[in-house]
Each structure stands twice: as structure tokens, then as C-alpha cells.
Design a protein around this ligand. Sequence first.
Ligand code: UD1
Ligand code: UDP
Length: 380
Amino acid sequence: MIKILTIIGARPQIIKAAAISRAVATKFQDKIKEIIVHTGQHYDANMSDVFFEELKIPKPDYNLNIGSGKHGDQTGKMIFGIEEILEKECPNYIVIYGDTNSTLAGAIAASKIHIPVVHIEAGLRSFNKRMPEEINRIVSDHVSTYLFPPTQTGVINLVKEGFSIENNPPYSIDNPGIFNLGDVMFDNSLFFSEIADETSNILSDMNLEINNYILATIHRNNNTDDKNRLTQIFKSLHHISKHQNVKIILPLHPRTLKQKDSLLQKEFLEDLNSNKNLIIIEPVSFLEMIALEKNAKLIITDSGGVQKEAFFFQKPCIILRQETEWVEIVESGAAHLCDADFDKIIESYKWFDENGEIQATNLYGDGNAAEKILQHLLND
Ligand code: UD1
Ligand code: UDP
């Protein structure tokens, strides 16, 4: 029996962890014991609790309740709390996901006391170190023992940074193993897609017609905290929903909700609030989100997870960023990088409106990434 200690904190990590917890419960119950530590980075019910209930993730064994804060304050408290738990639990591995401050805290706490770090979603790069996530990714990867990139691009990025795919076991922080076994988010989209069809009423509740509305999300800090960028994004959503007469559903991250009211000009906010086609709602559950994604005409987002799910469900996507870590999607033509640029967003919307068919190829594994990752840890 091996013991893994999983670190979660932000919404997308809770969702990613569901794939690993499901694989532990269904395939490795007698071989792997999982301890879950929630840092408390996300804490609103609709940013955290809702996913445990719906995705059947075991309740966290520990919740550090760190909450929001500046990077140093938040990450520092997490490192302190995680270290104490690691010393008590002595797991064989710590498992971290993605690129948030919770990921970084887990990586630093564990590597310093010689607990091997397993990084799921390793190797992704935006090549923009002004993103806090880019720093979190680079540092986490370089103290990991097992790196599981979800794409071949992730493997290539790591090799360019000096990692070797030729390393042999036993793996260690100085001799790490790199394996692309697929994307746990793809596992989840496949697994929950049918369940979402059967259980979610969000389309009928919101009176939405299939393939006749846009789904949008905004939360990236360089969009929410910059008055000009936030204004350009909201102006384009306002323009498309009003002049192209299409409903836009915007489940809004709490960060964006706060910034929208303080950064947008008062007159524009009034216009926005009177636009019946731009429907701002609270963050939705994962099953509701999948239902909204699968049936949308197009998706507009700055989220990493949502741009990928758009691709999984063969929906065109406008990415509200200058660059992406998921470069394959843009190269395939399924998504356009439009930054926070009003003209580019409108132009891209019109292009997809006329040329909407997306050819999705399988770039993210076979839907069993979580099981393969766990099997790997057991074998080595
Ligand atoms: C974090 C991650 C980002 C990830 C995103 C997923 C970092 C540096 N950023 O960004 O990579 O894409 O999560 O959603 O780790 N807030 C609430 N309630 C909550 C959570 C947050 O009101 O439950 C508000 C607070 O005002 C907080 C702000 O959102 O200050 C930002 O939260 P934080 O976790 O620091 O960063 P995110 O923008 O969520
Ligand atoms: N998501 C959700 N409800 C929402 C918005 C997003 O369940 O209201 C899910 C989405 O389907 C994806 C994940 O959250 O699986 C993406 O998280 P987020 O956009 O917060 O972060 P990122 O992926 O950019 O790090």
C-alpha cells in the first residue's frame, strides 16, 4: 500500500483531482491510500464545495482555510501548513496539479523535506513570466520527481529546459521521470459528459436553445485588474450580444465580479446592466458547465480549462489572451488568440459564425490518464 497526499486549493484543481480520486476508488482501493489536503485558496461554496458533492470527491482530510491574499502571504501560509501535515502523514508522494499558488506551496514544502513531488499537468509554458502561473509551473516542475505533461508540447518544453526523457528508475528529484500519459481533464470531460446530459437542467432553466448562445468566462488577473483590458472585453461581449442578437451566458468568477463594478465606467456599466442578452450568473457547477459548453455555439474565455473543454466538445473558442499553453488548439484552427482587443474579438466572432465547423483531433490521451499515472507510481 502506498500513500499519496493530494494538494488542492483552486477550482480547477478540485476538478482535476476528481479524476485521480475516482481512479483510486475504482481501480486501486487496496493499493493506494489518498489523503486530500485543501489549502482553502478557493472557499466560496460555488468555487469549492459544489465540486466535492457533485464529482464525488472524498471530503478533504485537512483544510488549511488559507483563503485569499497577496502571493507571498497566501503561498507562505500554505507552505507552513502543508509542511506540518507532510511531517505527520509521511506520504510516499505528494501530488500537485497545474500552476496555482497551492501547486507551488505543495512543491516547495515537499521537496525541501525530500518527499517526492508528482506534478500532474507538468511542462506547460506560456513563455510569459509576468503570469504568476508561469513562475509556479517552472518552479514546481524543477523540484518534481515525476512529471506528467498532458501533451507532447509539454514534454518538448521540459526537454528544452534540460529534462531528459531517457532517465531510468529509480527516479528522484535529480533524476526525474517524464511521461505523457494524457490529460486528466479529458478523462473528466468524457466521464461526466453523459452524466451532465442526464442530470443538468440548466439549458431549460435558462431558456437556452442548443447551439444558439455563447458561453463566456473571465478571471485571468491581467484581464480583471487592468481597467483598459476589462473594458475592451466587456465592450466586445456587450457588442456581440446586442448587435449580433445572441445571448451570452457569463458565469462570473468572484474576482471579476468585484473588479467589474469598481473598474468599468459608470455609464457603460448602466448600459451593460440593461443588456438583456448578456446574462451574468454566479459560477456554476462542473456538470452545469459541461452542459453549457457542449451546447454552446461558441466559447469566449481566458481560462485554461475552459479553452480545452471547448476543444473537447468541438466548439470554436475565442481566447482572451495574447498567448496560451495549449498551443495545439490554436494551431488546429479551433481557437483564436484575440487578447483583450475589441476589434480582434469581433472579427473572430464573425469568422467563426461563418466558418464554425471544428475538426477535433485527439491530442489529450484516451480518457484513462489518471489510471495510467497511478499505475506508473505503483510500478516504479
Ligand atoms: C487562481 C489561480 C489561477 C487559476 C484560478 C482558477 C493563482 C496565482 N491563480 O486565480 O491560476 O486559473 O485560480 O479559478 O494561484 N475569491 C473569492 N472567493 C473564492 C475565491 C476567490 O471571492 O472562493 C476572490 C477573492 O477576492 C480573491 C480573488 O478572487 O482575492 C482571487 O483569488 P485567487 O485564488 O487569489 O486567484 P484566482 O484569480 O482565483
Ligand atoms: N468551471 C466550472 N464552473 C464555472 C467556471 C468554470 O465548473 O462557473 C470549470 C471549467 O469547466 C473547468 C475549470 O472550472 O473545468 C476551469 O477553471 P478556471 O477557469 O477557474 O481556471 P483555469 O483552468 O484557467 O486555471
